[in-house]
Design a protein around this ligand. Structure first.
Ligand SMILES: Nc1ncnc2c1ncn2[C@@H]1O[C@H](COP(=O)(O)OP(=O)(O)OP(=O)(O)O)[C@@H](O)[C@H]1O
Length: 633
């Protein structure tokens, strides 16, 4: 658009270049010059030649000037200039009278002008084309301008509309802004109010809590006041009673002081009496003998009712007579009659309690500080385990559970006299001269050796043997059951092992009396010996050898003690070695020989009774108790 020459919008036909005129001029020249031109020509040609050129230049000049106004016609103007230059060529001077020359000159000029005209025509055509193009462009521009104008008008209209809308919106905005500010102010005010309300609420809550607390306290205070009032009334009554009691108390204190003195005196008497009683008990024991033997005859069981029995006569409390009539066809035909005397006889009707009433002084001796050994001897099935351990139920309890029960019962009396007792228990089994710990249930048993506690050799212990402290009879029974189970398990693994092993329950008593500065330790060994009968099979031969050896060593030890030998062969068997402290001088021994009344067992019964008689004839030296005076406990 910018390259299109600008014409004033008000351009009219008059303002356009008058090219039509030039066409006319050409035509005129072709036909001959117009009158005016002719005149001019004549005038010019009659004038000196110097002016001619200037005249022609003057004629062309206004046309060129006009065309110069349109930059798009620059080429045209250049061409015109060339023509002009041609026309301005200096012609040879022609004499005024030479008309012919002049005419020729004029013809020449005419020709030149004609060619110039033809050039101009071409130019005119070119310019016309360009004009047409420009015109089209201008018209297009005008249309565009009009469209733009219309658009502008529309835009202006829109703008006006928008402006009015804007104005109304601006107004609305202002109103909104004002309202907003008002609302903002109100909101701020509301925030302040809310804040203060919150403060008030929290203060209210606090006050309410305080009020509730105060109410509660008030209520509890009221209750306390009421209780205090009741208490005061009660206290008043108590005060009266207290005064009365105070008097009684004073009297009681006097009485207690008197009683305390009496009690101390009585306690001293009691201690002296206890000591005397102990001495007396021991004297009786000594008189009875430190090795005492009892015989117990077990009754046949229901299942054994059909078994033939030999004759057994209880001659008196201490003697029995066994009698067997041998069949006439037997090798030893005739009557076999034997009488035996012991410290006591328990018939098939004697209860466990009857047995224990005779055994209890031995347990008492252990509580008095003596080493005691109670063992049951006899053939298999003669009632040794029943006598020592017993059956089910308290009634059936044997010597071992009754002994521990007695220890714990006496412990209470001893405590009252200032004695503190510590009881420990261990359970072992000697099978084929090997010691087994019955409180150790693991299959892998450690080796157990009998060792001396001190160089004097008065006390012994078994290495790696579990020793459990017992605080009650119940504790002990639990351990006893555990040991029984262990023995039974071993018996299952090794057929009839329980009958072929010695079972020992050891109870160690450690007593201390801080008041009297006295202490003692004693051992109570409760032994269930292996069945004394000889083995009937080769399989049992090894066991029998060991049993017989240990039982014979036991009788040897007893005999050596009886005859006051300087050397007592305790160490020849595990059993005698273990029982050494309970068999020697500082000990009391009680043997229960168990027999049954079956005809088939007559010979074994005789053996047992003979062995027991041998033991019974043994009287050890007077037993010494282990009690010692201690300087500092
Ligand atoms: N005085 C008794 N009154 C009632 N039953 C008894 C008596 N003595 C033993 N018995 C019963 O006789 C059976 C054999 O007794 P026990 O097992 O005590 O004999 P044992 O000599 O220990 O035998 P083993 O050497 O095989 O251990 C048991 O059933 C036991 O309950």
């Amino acid at each position: 658009m910018s390259r299109i020459p600008k014409f004033p919008s008000t351009a009219t036909k008059e303002n356009k270049p008058t090219f039509t005129n030039s066409r006319n001029i050409t035509r005129t020249i072709g036909n001959g010059l117009s009158e005016a031109d002719k005149k001019n020509l004549l005038l010019n040609h009659t004038k000196p030649l110097r002016n001619t050129s200037s005249t022609t230049t003057t004629v062309a000049a206004p046309r060129l000037k006009r065309s110069a106004t349109a930059p798009s016609t620059a080429t045209v103007s250049n061409k015109i200039t060339k023509v002009e230059k041609k026309t301005t060529t200096v012609a040879p001077r022609i004499a005024p009278y030479d008309y012919k020359a002049r005419f020729n000159d004029l013809v020449e000029k005419h020709k030149a002008i004609k060619s110039e005209l033809s050039d101009l025509k071409d130019k005119h055509l070119e310019v016309s084309d360009e004009y047409e193009k420009i015109k089209e462009t201008v018209e297009g521009n005008i249309t565009e301008r009009d469209m733009l104008k219309e658009k502008l008008l529309n835009t202006l209209k829109d703008l006006r509309l928008k402006s009015s809308e804007y104005e109304s919106l601006k107004l609305d905005y202002e109103i909104q802004k004002q309202e907003n500010e008002e609302l903002h102010n109100k909101s701020r005010l509301l925030d302040d109010v809310t804040q203060s309300l919150k403060l008030k609420t929290s203060e209210f809550d606090k006050l309410k809590m305080e009020f509730d607390d105060l109410t509660r306290r008030h209520k509890s205070l009221s209750e306390e006041t009421e209780a205090l009032r009741v208490l005061t009334d009660h206290l008043k009554k108590i005060s009266v009673e207290y005064d009365k009691l105070k008097l009684d108390h004073k009297e009681a204190i006097d009485t207690i002081t008197k009683n305390k003195t009496d009690s101390e005196a009585l306690q001293n008497i009691l201690a002296t009496m206890y000591r005397d009683q102990r001495v007396l008990r021991n004297t009786v024991q000594d008189l009875k003998g430190n090795i005492r033997v009892y015989c117990r005859v077990r009754p046949p069981l229901e299942s054994e009712a059909s078994k033939p029995l030999y004759n057994l006569n209880v001659l008196d409390a201490c003697s029995i007579e066994v009698e067997k009539i041998e069949l006439l066809n037997s090798a030893r035909k005739g009557k076999s009659q034997h009488s035996f005397s012991f410290d006591g006889i328990f018939t098939p009707h004697s209860s466990q309690e009857d047995v224990f009433s005779e055994v209890s002084p031995m347990v008492q001796s252990a509580l008095d500080g003596y080493n005691v050994c109670i063992f049951a001897y006899g053939q298999t099935g003669s009632g040794k385990t029943y006598t020592m351990e017993g059956g089910c139920g308290v009634e059936q309890y044997g010597i071992i559970p009754r002994a521990i029960n007695m220890i714990f019962t006496c412990m209470e009396d001893l405590k009252r006299m200032g004695w503190e007792l510590n009881i420990k228990a261990s359970f072992l089994e000697i099978y084929n001269e090997i010691i087994y710990d019955l409180l150790n249930s693991s299959k892998e048993q450690e080796s157990h050796d009998i060792k001396m506690v001190n160089s004097k050799g008065t006390d012994l212990y078994v290495s790696n043997l579990k020793e459990e402290e017992v605080k009650s009879t119940h504790d002990f029974i639990r351990l006893l059951i555990f040991a029984q189970r262990n023995r039974q398990t071993a018996a299952t693994l090794n057929n009839e092992r329980s009958s072929r092993s010695h079972s020992v329950a050891q109870i160690k008593i450690a007593a201390i009396n801080e008041k009297r500065k006295e202490k003692f330790t004693s051992n109570l060994n409760l032994v269930d010996l292996a069945g004394s009968e000889s083995g009937k099979t080769t399989q049992r031969m090894d066991e029998t050898k060991h049993i017989n050896r240990s039982l014979s060593e036991l009788s040897k030890v007893i005999l050596s003690l009886q005859t006051n030998q300087s050397h007592i062969p305790y160490r020849n068997s595990k059993l005698t070695h273990l029982l050494m402290p309970s068999l020697g001088g500082n000990s009391k021994t009680l043997m229960l020989v168990n027999i049954n009344q079956f005809d088939e067992s007559f010979n074994e019964t005789l053996n047992s009774l003979r062995f027991a008689t041998k033991v019974n004839s043994c009287r050890t030296v007077k037993a010494k108790k282990n009690i010692t005076m201690v300087d500092s406990l």
